[in-house]
Design a protein around this ligand. Structure first.
Ligand code: ZN
Length: 182
């Protein structure tokens, strides 16, 4: 059986899952399915609100990890393949001691998204404060912070697939189209 649509965001999932997603997409029902599961958008639309939200999660689950110098939405983040958000670590030399500075940047597409999607991405980037690789310990940490982590990552990827295939933004508020053109 040939696969008619290419699903770059779902490459790491099984063939049967990709086929299911493909048929939901082709029937035009994927958007509706996502909206039914997540009817409401979150309100954390400014960098300030995002920062407070991420620091709240950090304080709850990762109090003893490294500090965060910056948490922002980034409209230049290209949402291709793996890059839902990024965690930047830069080393700064202070009198012989190297201090790392951590930043979290989240694709501005997620300004208009359900809170659970934002949480999945925030949890992913926070877990990178401890584990730089996507290894078993990394995903255990993600699941500790968000027990539905894997399901949410799949749904986020389904949403990106929907957009990639020409679907409209599902949680975009009317009259708030300023960053819709990116
Ligand atoms: Zn990562």
């Amino acid at each position: 059986m040939s696969t008619p649509v290419l699903l770059p965001y779902l490459q790491s999932y099984s063939t049967s899952l990709q086929q299911q997603a493909g048929s939901l997409l082709q029937s035009g029902k994927l958007g509706q399915w996502l909206l039914q599961r997540h009817p409401q958008a979150h309100q954390m639309r400014s960098d300030k609100a995002l920062h407070a939200y991420v620091m709240g999660l950090k304080g709850e689950h990762m109090r003893n990890s490294a500090g965060l110098a910056k948490v922002v939405y980034d409209s230049k983040l290209q949402l291709v393949y793996q890059a839902l958000g990024i965690h930047v670590r830069t080393g700064k030399n202070h009198g012989g001691k190297t201090q790392s500075r951590h930043e979290i940047r989240i694709g501005s597409l997620f300004k208009h998204a359900p809170e659970s999607f934002l949480r999945m991405i925030a949890v992913h980037e926070l877990a990178h404060l401890r584990e730089s690789d996507h290894n078993k310990a990394f995903y255990q940490l993600c699941e500790y912070m968000e027990p539905s982590y894997h399901q949410l990552e799949l749904e986020v990827r389904l949403y990106l697939t929907w957009l990639d295939q020409g679907g409209h933004r599902l949680w975009q508020v009317a009259g708030d189209a300023a960053d819709a053109a990116s």
